[in-house]
Design a protein around this ligand. Sequence first.
Ligand code: GCW
Length: 863
Amino acid sequence: MRAIRNAERRLVGHALACPFQKESRGYFPVAIKSIVTAAFVIACLHAETGYDAWLRYRPIEGAAMARVRAALPAAIVALGDAEPEVAARGELIQGLRGMTGRTVRAEARIPRESAIVLGTLDELSRAAPQWNLHAQISEDAYWLNTVMDQGTRYIVVTASNPRGVLYGAFALLRKIATAEFANPIDERSTPYAPIRWVNQWDNLDGSIERGYGGRSIFWENQHARADLARVADYGRLLASVGINGCAINNVNANPRLLAPETIPEIARIAAVFRPWGVRVAIAVDFSSPKVLGGLGTFDPLDAGVAAWWKRKADELYRAIPNLAGFVLKADSEGRAGPSTYGRTHADAANVVARALAPHGGLLLYRGFVYDHHMDWRNPKNDRARAAYDNFHNLDGQFDSNVVIQIKNGPIDFQVREPASPLFAGLEKTNQAVELQITQEYVGQARHTVFLVPMWKETLDFDLHAGGAATPVKALAAGKTFHRPAGGFVGVANVGLDENWFGNHLSQANLYGFGRLAWNPDLSSRRIVEEWTRLTFGDNPKVDETVESIQLGSWRTYENYTGPLGLQTLTDITGNHYGVNVEASERNGWGQWHRADEKGVGMDRSTAAGTGYIGQYPPVVARAWESLATCPDDLLLFLHHVPYTYKLHNGKTVIQYLYDSHYQGAEEVAQYAQKWKTLAGLVDERRCREVLAQLEYQAGQAVVWRDAVTEWFHRASGIADALGRVGHYPGRFEAEAMRLDGYRVRDVVPAEDASGGKAVACAAAECSASLKYDGAAGWYTVRVQYFDQRDGVSHYRLRVAGQVIDEWEAALSLPTAKLDSTSSTRRVIRGVALRPGDEIRIEGRPDGGEPAALDYIEIAPENE
Ligand code: GCW
């Protein structure tokens, strides 16, 4: 019932937002008003904000519509009253209405007419024993089946449990939306792993650690939000791709989460998720028995501590009987852990897991444990070793409801890392792979980076554990060593932004995560094709364009941010967003790339390096130990080589670094160009917003390109064979312009600004100008300026006195400094210039933001 109400609320919501709605009231007599209104309600779904993501249910087109209408029964029945089944019925009614314009009739029992029948196998064998539907269907799997009964045709959606029925309903809707619906149908689908969770790093104050799509949908001012409508809609999105668990608070957990007064609030969230088959999990703080419970200790071997965890788990399960379990980050990045008492991770995990076990709860214990105060001077130190070193020796000591949650790579969600060796290092312990959907190190919400191809490289990577073929996906899912639990965890961090992520194209990562967790054998292309059709419709030009952008976007991002296994060359001690090549060096965080004047890369070999490569099974270790067989993509992650070292592709390392950065920046420029050709084919708002995002990204890619290539040029002293690095035709540095009120400032690090300098306005209004002395013609003018978060400066471009463009620096980028993060580009096309014209930028500061400028670039119109 609640599901149906939700569906109605969504429709009404759209209707209210519809600009045509008002007109319909005025023009039509009452009798036909409701018909007209219904039609407009459907039309109103066209006003797209991105909120519906891939569940838009837009009318299907052409022949497919005729086919679906012909096959579609007029009735639907849900045999059970479990919430997911009721939700499934509501979703089908809503989805079919959107896609076919027809509202199927909800029946209380199987009618004597053709119908869609939803129910578990048990319910079906009671309601329709004559159908003889028997099958071995595992938990959450579904079976879509056409049954003929005395000449009447039924489309049956069944499963062993109500959640499976819901997944079947979503699968049926997806098939219809992607024109893959066949009648009759007989299809079974089984999820690859039981754990298909997302984690949200939401804090109780409503902020989200590494969240780029707005504030928390769960929490506000230390409490669960009063209005949890967004949680219900999130549950629906999760269910549509088969995700069955969600940890609703930050792994850097606030002990208050376990306070008696918070528990009813968790229960409220759990109830909102329940119709969607999403079980709530919570992240807990390991010192809770002491800091919350008032015990003198949180020693995992203390009997009082064990009793405390038990009492707490009992209390939680009384309020939330379907709680999925806990997530625990211990002894990591300053979090409390067993090391305080000289205990092991197994001691810590087991004391908590034993409290959960009687209730069927799982403990997801994070493998992300490392020392962030490592001595960088010691060449043998290596953070990449940490997960394996910390957990491998404990294999076999964890209880059966403990799952070690292992990040895909050994460091931390970098643009490229090898698969963590720990996946092969645990044979008698459950494990799950942790992937990051929120784009912390991959452009946050401002760069389009489709991560499925990256995840697939890890999931499909054969670690040769125990000598056999063992892809990471099989190890993580518990298939290789026949573990009782295992699977996939994605750090999602959706927020209150209308489109959930702050970037429409980023939604594909949540979709892709869910689809991979259900079936990691799906190809990246298949996933992106589904997502694109569902999200943007089935115009071939739109689909082809979106798919090609998405499929290439990870490699493109890698090309301009850190190729050859360098990791993302970002500000690793700061916002993890802008470029800062040296930020990883000379500190204890251990994300070192060891670039100096002679060479670059971490020597992780067994022979001379940190020995990390030796953590892999012999087949992998042998291949990576030798430069001859080490893949180029991981070279600098695994070896230190001179800049002149030749890659397998014949280029030197340094030339490859230059080339890839130029290529990456050029590729993003192409994305923006391609997107422009979709004008009129994609709804206006999303079209505009994606274009703005891609154009911004194109500018940022140039910032990255210039900073990284300049840095390596300076370090290596080796020129770019193509003469691009350090030479920028048509570029005029602001510091070399005639300045009125602007003061020259050094930018740190120097490569974050062209020429290492910028100008900042030290008055109420300032200007920087130059006399143009090139040929007359039409030009594109690019203004590189700084958009900090602490103000909204105003800029104006004048040519020969005439105002050509005006804009505001209002992006709220994550920095208050003049650096690569705030460096932003304004592109002004179609500017007529003659020799002698004055080009003048006027800046008006605001708040802490000094309307700073880096340079302008004048390029022939078509470049
Ligand atoms: O990547 C780091 C992030 C932290 C995060 C941590 C983790 C939640 O920068 O913000 O903390 O990983 O995964 O625990």
